[in-house]
Design a protein around this ligand. Structure first.
Ligand code: GSH
Length: 256
């Protein structure tokens, strides 16, 4: 449900007679009630139809977006974009994602692209997995940017080489391997001090990082060498609504 719709549902309180004078601080308008979790009352038909994820089953960024929806317990339709046949470069898809990549997420009339931006959009409209305070929100955003700047590129390149979808020699492999391990060491230091990344509770920073590290093993990086990261990964996998890529991303479209 959009925030504006949620706001519309907030009942106005009856005015008390002769309201006493209040200080400027107390007069601050009350925040609208958060949107209730879909799972607590079952999704309405409109909620069911709200999100459509366009993606590819083995795509890490597609998994990240699907994982967020699953953690938010929000149903979504899934459209398979056949990267192998170049469907992402066809005009029909380019109107959804000008970058010719998956994922893309339709939310009503708008389409969001770039998995980190999709996470930010979802956490904002569903009011879930955000940082709690302004400082936490800032830290969460910083980790999202970092995840693509330092972590995702080397991990996904190494994985693509193992899968045979990218070819490069040993020199480049060693460069990506060094970069990936350096990034995971930064995370290891962070998680030695905190249970979750950038906030006291799980946030989209954790979703973004998990969506990359899920595939580290395929890129030849054993996370068991990073005990704090391994413990965090286990904690994350125990969150309600967690699901694997295989559970979330079929090889064909799935409409709900
Ligand atoms: N930064 C983008 C990366 C998306 C991305 O690399 N998608 C890949 C699949 S995993 C893709 O669409 N590749 C096709 C291409 O780039 O031609 C995001 O987070 O959404």
């Amino acid at each position: 449900m959009a925030k504006s719709a949620a706001r519309a549902k907030v009942k106005s309180m009856p005015l008390k007679k002769a309201a006493p004078k209040v200080s400027a601080k107390k007069a601050t308008p009350r925040k609208p009630a958060p949107v209730k979790a879909v799972a607590s009352r079952g999704p309405t038909a409109a909620e069911k139809q709200r999100f459509t994820l366009y993606g590819f089953a083995t795509s890490g960024p597609t998994y990240t977006a699907a994982l967020m929806l699953s953690l938010c317990k929000h149903p979504f339709s899934y459209m398979h974009v056949n990267l192998r046949e170049g469907a992402h470069k066809q005009a029909e898809y380019l109107v959804k994602n000008r970058f010719a990549q998956v994922p893309a997420l339709r939310d009503g009339q708008m389409v969001a692209v770039q998995s980190a931006a999709i996470l930010m959009h979802l956490s904002s409209v569903l009011e879930k997995f955000e940082g709690k305070t302004p400082l936490e929100k800032q830290r969460v955003t910083e980790w999202l940017f970092w995840a693509w700047d330092k972590l995702a590129v080397p991990v996904f390149r190494l994985r693509a080489r193992s899968r045979g979808t990218r070819q490069f020699g040993d020199e480049v492999r060693i460069m990506y391997d060094t970069e990936a391990r350096a990034a995971i060491s930064v995370l290891e230091n962070e998680l030695a001090k905190a249970e979750w990344i950038g906030a006291k509770k799980p946030s989209i920073a954790d979703v973004a990082v998990y969506g990359v590290l899920r595939y580290a093993g395929e890129g030849g990086i054993d996370l068991l060498n990073y005990p704090h990261v391994s413990a965090w990964k286990k904690r994350f996998e125990e969150l309600p609504g967690f699901a694997t890529p295989e559970q979330l991303l079929p090889m064909e479209s799935r409409l709900i």
